[in-house]
Design a protein. Structure first.
Length: 255
């Protein structure tokens, strides 16, 4: 089962205030600067050190994984969240393993535009609201992309709003609902014939999900644009059933 990172709405959310009038950081670069694990991030750090990135640039190093006390942990978290909510653009990069770190959804909720490499695991989803750059780009192109998105305020805020809205689906509440629904479907698979099934999240009243038969092979879509794919053939046994959640195009939706 693929469960994308979730984030606390209470901590990270800008509460719908996607505006840059109070944001004094044009570009934020935060996190561990390991050239082996995060090659694009460290390359962006070099560009920042060379003062090639446009506007006011702030680099926030990773505080480390050793925490002396709960108060230190809270201080580090609040400092990180404060920087996110002050930034117009947050440079977020996947690791060399193409792993979508939690910083993606944290940035969505904070109201910052994400610029970075688009994780392959949910490429269609992330492409809706983030600006892609990669190690294949020249330094000049990276600088040009950042300059364009800093200057084009209307377009930037529109893209940021899309990211924020989609991020509200990846809070811890939504994450738990998705897990509960997936477990219910897995337990109910033996009641259905071989093929694919689709499940929607619990509604606001907490009712169980509805099941649908997919008319397309290997594609199942729910109302949240997540696909849950089941591979099951009779006879039904106790063998493990792989489940994959990913974004699907609108044309693959079933009803």
């Amino acid at each position: 089962m693929h469960a994308p990172h979730a984030a606390s709405e209470e901590i990270f959310s800008c509460h719908g205030l996607v505006d840059d009038t109070t944001r004094d950081i044009d570009i934020l670069l935060a996190g561990a600067m390991d050239p082996v694990v995060y090659p694009l991030r460290t390359r962006l750090l070099t560009l920042a050190a060379q003062r090639r990135l446009p506007g006011k640039v702030v680099v926030l190093p990773h505080p480390g994984y050793s925490i002396n006390s709960l108060s230190d942990a809270n201080r580090q978290l609040l400092n990180y969240v404060n920087h996110l909510k002050r930034a117009k653009i947050n440079l977020v990069t996947a690791s060399v393993y193409d792993y979508a770190v939690a910083k993606y959804v944290e940035s969505q909720l904070s109201g910052a535009l994400i610029v970075g490499n688009v994780p392959e695991s949910r490429k269609v989803y992330y492409s809706k609201f983030m600006v892609g750059i990669s190690m294949d780009d020249t330094d000049d192109r990276i600088v040009s992309v950042l300059t364009e998105w800093i200057q084009n305020r209307e377009r930037r805020l529109k893209m940021t709003t899309i990211g924020y809205t989609l991020g509200l689906r990846q809070t811890w509440t939504g994450w738990v609902h998705d897990m509960v629904n997936s477990i219910r479907v897995a337990r109910s698979i033996e009641k259905h014939q071989n093929g694919n099934l689709v499940v929607s999240r619990l509604d606001q009243e907490g009712f169980p999900p509805k099941f649908f038969r997919s008319v397309l092979p290997h594609v199942i879509v729910d109302e949240a644009d997540n696909a849950i794919e089941f591979h099951a053939l009779p006879p039904f046994t106790s063998r493990r059933i792989p489940v994959r959640i990913e974004n699907c195009a609108h044309r693959d939706r079933v009803s």
